[in-house]
Design a protein around this ligand. Structure first.
Ligand SMILES: [Fe+2]
Length: 263
């Protein structure tokens, strides 16, 4: 399948779509593009959160729980004064959605409802793990494959208990390939949304491993940094990419997260 659109990383993943609204696409066409490019960035043809609430159910069941208003999780820094990192302004390291919530999520849609006066960051980033992992030393991938990781919530947002570690497989299988499935840890100087360790691996070695992983997977060879404008939509295959958020100041920065559950 050829496409008139521009890819978003030198490794050839991500697609910038500027000539149509996402809601003008049939799901089969979007699924075809996601299968090849793993994430899509829609710009210049603004859609509202309400548009996405109407549009997305044709892809599958949407996540709804008491953290959400209908299917929408508002990410608008309204909880920053309560010290919640995810719902505040802090850095979110690379992760997959749903892991500390107990959901298997296929597609994540992030829509921008408002973006004004944001200074110092605020971009959402998405990385091409399919190609990025080819540059990661084999011994690091082997440790993650053999041991997996353990995560533990700090923010009250997550539904998994915060008084215990939760094991997470290092990779998951999909479409005949393995896909890196882990979240990344926080640096010591950052307020964490979650804690992370590798069972049986010393903290110092874990830190070293993730420094190597971050230097590769967050480099602009593999990682796309999305500068938000009102009406933008990012649509990503949650099982084939990892994503995160830069810390920021200012705002209002109001995003909405909607999730399509894997069937
Ligand atoms: Fe996320």
């Amino acid at each position: 399948m050829s496409t008139p659109y521009e890819t978003l990383t030198p490794s050839g993943k991500g697609l910038r779509i500027t000539d149509r609204r996402i809601t003008d696409f049939a799901p089969a066409e979007i699924r075809g593009l996601l299968a090849k490019y793993h994430w899509l960035s829609f710009k210049n043809h603004p859609v509202t959160v309400e548009d996405m609430i109407d549009y997305l159910p044709q892809y599958g069941q949407l996540t709804e729980n008491d953290r959400r208003v209908g299917p929408v999780l508002k990410i608008d820094a309204s909880k920053k004064d309560e010290g919640e990192v995810l719902l505040g302004q802090g850095f979110l390291p690379l992760h997959r959605d749903g892991v500390l919530m107990g959901y298997d999520i296929e597609i994540v849609a992030i829509c921008c409802a408002q973006y004004e006066n944001v200074t110092d960051g605020g971009r959402t980033f998405i990385t091409d793990i399919e190609n990025g992992c080819k540059d990661v030393p084999k011994e690091i991938l082997d440790v993650i494959r053999e041991r997996g990781i353990e995560g533990r919530p700090v923010d009250r947002y997550y539904t998994k208990p915060s008084d215990t570690w939760h094991w997470i497989p290092g990779f998951t299988e999909l479409d005949g390939q393995e896909w890196l499935a882990i979240g990344f840890p926080y640096r010591k100087d950052e307020k964490p949304s979650w804690l992370l360790r590798i069972p049986g691996v010393e903290d110092e070695r874990t830190t070293e491993m993730f420094e190597v992983l971050s230097s590769i997977l967050m480099s602009e060879r593999f990682c796309y940094y999305h500068a938000w404008e009102e009406g933008d939509v990012l649509l990503l295959d949650n099982r084939k990419v990892l994503h995160g958020r830069e810390a920021f100041r200012g705002g209002p920065r109001r995003l909405a997260n909607l999730q399509v559950l894997a069937s």
